[in-house]
Design a protein around this ligand. Structure first.
Ligand code: XUL
Ligand code: CO
Length: 431
């Protein structure tokens, strides 16, 4: 045991607790026919919890962690502490970027050696733990070499470096039994069109993603490849803007059926959507893979990556997830960081525990709304006309035939109420 969480005990489910405990998240409780743990599939993000030092544009690190130096010994200590936290929280999954788990070397080969050694170290930790790998990914955005993008870089050497990095991260994810591999286009976009060949950059990104898919099949990785859309930040404009944009991109490069989405709440908001919009659209396109359940501050207008704390919002998100049949390889990753004044180890535990409780409440509310059935019945009723023989025939018809029917028809159709307030009142009964 390390000293880091020394005064803290494993959290249990205790609805009446006024101390650190789960008041709503009860892993074994069956909700809509499945254990809560198996529905929610929580994951801790290694980067924000253990690698992020607490800086912001106006100030440097605020967190003082004993592993904050670029040594292998510290990387191992970080892993030890991480697995202690996974155990305290009893989480089934975690996620990493290569750069979170290993110190950067002077050469690619040295970074790779560090990485592979740490992957083996994580493998050993995983053998003694219940916590599995939800996804691995590559950090192709922090180092200055990626300042103009990775796959979309104007410099082919950076494309090559990025391809080699993703190849090794996919190997490691496969080795650790990861259930998905994520690509978030960190700086795959531009700062100004004045220096950007947008057509060329999109072609590069498309070929890069094809190569990732080809490599997945080559090594027999059975997990899902997930793209995580985000409209901007760090780049002014990012090519993977939102679910609809990425779907068009997948179609263009023949990758539909190969790639699904990892949808983040805060990114949806930055794109001018609601989270449930992005989830519903992905579900309707058959590409809903996994979620990053972290919100933004609505006043800041940027990606503040906060733990979720709004049950009604979360309930509407899980409503879409449940309607889509729930997660298969995906799960609920907390891509969330503490506020930079939250200095203590206990803050890390409280952030995650509170988020898990909020998600549990959201899931239960969503399941209850589905079980009640009123919302779905009212939706079905609204579209019932399309299930009639006339409705079905309409879509097989053509403008001229339809016009002839309408022109010879009788009274004009009457509009019907959309019942939004009534529907919102129904939701409020459950949240
Ligand atoms: C950045 C973000 C990333 C991805 C993984 O906004 O969400 O942490 O989830 O690279
Ligand atoms: Co994310």
């Amino acid at each position: 045991m390390t000293e880091f969480f020394k005064d803290l005990n494993r959290l249990s489910y205790d609805p009446d607790s006024t101390d650190l405990a789960f008041r709503h998240y009860n892993p074994d409780e069956v909700v809509a026919g499945k254990r809560m743990e198996d529905h929610l599939r929580f994951a801790v993000a290694y980067w924000h919890s253990f690698a992020w030092p607490g800086g912001d544009p106006f100030g440097g690190p605020t967190f003082d962690r004993p592993w904050f130096d670029e040594s292998m010994q510290s990387a191992r200590l970080k892993a030890d502490v991480a697995f202690e936290m996974f155990d305290l929280l009893n989480v089934p999954f975690f996620c990493w970027h290569d750069a979170d788990i290993r110190p950067e070397g002077d050469t690619f080969a040295e970074s790779l050696r560090n990485f592979q050694e740490m992957v083996d170290y994580l493998g050993t930790k995983m053998e003694a733990s219940k916590t599995k790998l939800l996804w691995g990914t590559a950090n192709l955005f922090s180092h200055r070499r990626f300042m103009a993008g990775a796959a979309t870089n104007p410099d082919p050497e950076i494309f090559a470096w990025s391809a080699a990095t993703v190849k090794n991260c996919m190997d490691a994810t496969h080795k650790l039994g990861g259930q998905n591999y994520v690509l978030w286009g960190g700086r795959e976009g531009y700062e100004t069109l004045l220096n950007t060949d947008l057509r060329r950059e999109r072609q590069q990104a498309g070929r890069f993603l094809q190569m990732a898919v080809e490599y997945k099949h080559k090594i027999g990785f059975k997990g899902a490849i997930l793209v995580e859309p985000k409209p901007q930040e760090p780049s002014k404009h990012q090519y993977d803007y939102d679910v609809a944009t990425v779907y068009g991109f997948l179609k263009e490069f023949g990758l539909e059926g190969e790639v699904q989405m990892n949808i983040e709440q805060g990114h949806a908001i930055l794109a001018g959507h609601s989270f449930e919009h992005e989830l519903a659209l992905a579900a309707s396109l058959g590409i809903l893979g996994s979620i990053d359940m972290n919100r933004n501050d609505y006043q800041s207008g940027w990606d503040t990556d906060q733990f979720p704390n709004n049950v009604p919002e979360v309930a509407l998100a899980y409503y879409e997830v449940l309607k889509a049949g729930g997660f298969t390889t995906g799960g609920t990753n907390f891509d969330a960081k503490l506020r930079r004044q939250s200095l203590d180890p206990v803050d890390l535990i409280a952030g995650h525990a509170g988020a898990m409780d909020v998600c549990a409440r959201g899931l239960k509310a969503a399941a209850a709304m589905l079980e009640d059935g009123t919302l779905e019945a009212m939706r079905a009723e609204r579209y019932a006309g399309w299930d009639s023989a006339e409705g079905k025939a309409l879509l097989d018809s053509d403008f001229a035939t339809i016009a002839a029917q309408v022109e010879s028809g009788g009274t004009p159709p009457e509009p019907r109420s959309g019942r939004q307030e009534i529907l919102e009142n129904i939701v409020n009964r459950f949240v």
